[in-house]
Design a protein around this ligand. Structure first.
Ligand code: HEM
Ligand code: HEM
Length: 175
């Protein structure tokens, strides 16, 4: 019916690379927590932290890329959907930056330097404080993590709605 692939307006190559590598880093960071919780091994919490910090740097670069590259014109959709889309994209950026920052603060306030794949260490740059470490731990695991799950599920559900219900080829813009 619609062969829109040929004339779809795509995101820039850099934006597409930033998008899919962020998604992959989020997935791997989460998998490391699952391995850590199920295998009870300290290796995986180390990888969790290193991948999490990598995602932080990746997201900062992604925001800079977003500011300096042009977004494709939005697809036609009702005003409320456009608003929800823009708000949830903004929220995804905000929580994907907040989450690793809070994780890092949890670690350093707990008095633990963070090792990045054996290449360098982020030192304890604050005075360790157990109650602050606990505060950031709660923020990490009980507030921001459920928000990541919620917004990611909403995001993927919206993409599937565009793909299979509206059939407007939205996903092709990011492929
Ligand atoms: C976007 C990046 C990150 C995501 C999505 C993420 C996600 C999570 C999740 C889902 C948990 C388990 C929560 C639970 O117990 O139910 C967790 C725990 C933890 N995270 Fe992260 N994290 C990220 C970044 C970081 C970073 C950068 C650090 C430290 C440098 C870190 C340190 C920790 C620690 C130490 C725990 C264990 C807490 C505990 O056992 O109570 N995380 N994280
Ligand atoms: C199966 C998984 C995914 C699919 C199919 C998908 C699809 C898309 C599509 C089609 C767009 C562009 C929307 C438009 O042109 O208006 C987009 C944008 C975006 N996606 Fe995803 N995505 C997925 C996973 C993720 C994940 C896991 C995250 C992060 C948690 C994420 C974060 C974002 C953000 C922040 C934007 C907005 C980009 C911007 O405005 O700069 N996506 N996604």
């Amino acid at each position: 019916m619609n062969n829109a692939n040929s004339n779809v307006s795509k995101w820039s190559v850099s934006s597409r690379i930033f998008h899919w590598i962020s998604a992959a880093l989020l997935l791997v960071t989460w998998l490391m927590i699952l391995l850590y919780e199920n295998l009870d091994s300290n290796v995986f919490i180390g990888y969790h932290k290193a991948f999490g910090v990598s995602l932080l740097f990746w997201m900062i670069a992604r925001v800079i890329n977003r500011i300096f590259t042009k977004a494709p014109p939005p697809l036609a959709m009702p005003k409320w959907q456009m608003l929800v889309s823009q708000l949830s994209h903004f929220a995804l950026y905000a929580i994907l930056i907040a989450m690793p920052m809070v994780g890092l603060l949890m670690a350093v306030y707990g008095g633990r330097p963070v090792d990045i794949f054996g290449t360098f260490q982020i030192p304890v740059f604050v005075t360790p404080d157990r109650s602050l470490a606990r505060f950031y731990n709660n923020l990490h695991t009980e507030i921001i993590w459920p928000m990541i799950i919620g917004f990611t599920v909403l995001h993927i559900a919206a993409a599937l709605y565009h793909q299979f219900v509206k059939k407007d080829n939205l996903i092709a813009r990011m492929k």
